[in-house]
Design a protein. Sequence first.
Length: 63
Amino acid sequence: MKWLEKIVGCFSLLVLTAFALGILFLIWKKLAACNTSTIILIGIPAVCLISYLAIVGFAKTVK
């Protein structure tokens, strides 16, 4: 049953990551008021950070 826990853990991490990215995207859309350069400047580092945290969480779940 350990593999089932790993699958559920990985799936929940993916869902949380997608949810966080969606919320951040909506916040930036409101803050930037369709200013693309601001979204890119703030968005890319934040997406990288969230992806890094998701990968680290995934690695811990798989271990």
